[in-house]
Ligand binder design. Structure first.
Ligand SMILES: [Zn+2]
Length: 238
């Protein structure tokens, strides 16, 4: 099952590479530099954005990156940006969105706060992406062994850290009997992703209305730092 999935991904990645190379060739032959921007605009709707992130994570897992020509990407994006997705994730150094989704430069907005929580400034950034840049997909990405979540569980606090970990604490259910101790963080992390999405929808009428009108989608996801896999919460577990 796993093998088949990976084979499919390799095929898809190869097709994408071939497609990109063909596009590049056509662009160069037909109308020169300006058409390079079209490659950046190739994702046109929510489903395509989600597919691109899923394929991108699989390219990362297969070490089959296609978005690493940074000089070309700088050239292609210097006149503007239209990222297809917005990733809100943790500051954890092991969770770099552009790399784990193989998106390079110009394809995704990234907002990072310890524990992937939202605040007014994050919401402002998301509203800018949605309304001004027409970004389609918004992903709240939690991850395994999150230090911020552990801090919330352990009541960690510092001058400004306390108010941050307090925002994660609603994900901890004091009534719940958790299984093994090292599984607690991940269970709370997943719950924290769901609560962050709830808070986004509650606190931004702009984003809520756009979700209701199917103009954008906000989904949760979870990154496993032990193997590099991203699980989207729209997927059924195998
Ligand atoms: Zn974290």
């Amino acid at each position: 099952m796993k093998l088949n999935k990976n084979k499919l991904v390799v095929i898809a990645s190869i097709l994408t590479i071939v497609s990109c190379n063909n596009n590049k060739s056509n662009d160069e032959n037909n109308s020169g530099k300006n058409t390079k921007q079209k490659e950046i605009h190739k994702v046109k709707n929510i489903d395509e954005a989600l597919t691109e992130l899923k394929y991108g994570n699989n390219r990362f897992l297969d070490n089959a990156f296609i978005n690493t020509n940074y000089k070309e990407q700088i050239e292609a994006t210097k006149g503007g940006q239209h990222p297809h997705s917005f990733i809100l994730t943790c500051i954890d150094s092991r969770v770099p969105p552009e790399i784990i989704f193989d998106q390079g430069i110009g394809n995704i907005f990234v907002s990072r706060l310890a524990g992937n929580i939202e605040d007014d400034d994050v919401l402002g950034s998301m509203e800018f992406a949605a309304k001004v840049k027409h970004t389609k997909l918004f992903v709240v990405l939690g991850h395994s062994h999150c230090g911020a979540v552990k801090g919330a569980i352990d009541n960690a606090g510092l001058e400004h850290l306390t108010q941050l970990t307090n925002k994660i604490k609603p994900a901890i259910n004091p009534q719940k009997t958790y299984p093994l101790e090292d599984e607690v963080e991940d269970i709370v992390s997943r719950k924290n992703v769901s609560l962050t999405i709830e808070q986004i929808l509650k606190n931004s009428a702009t984003l809520r209305l756009m979700v209701e009108e199917n103009e954008i989608k906000i989904i949760g996801a979870f990154y496993d730092i032990s193997n590099g896999e991203v699980e989207f919460f729209d997927e059924k577990k195998e």
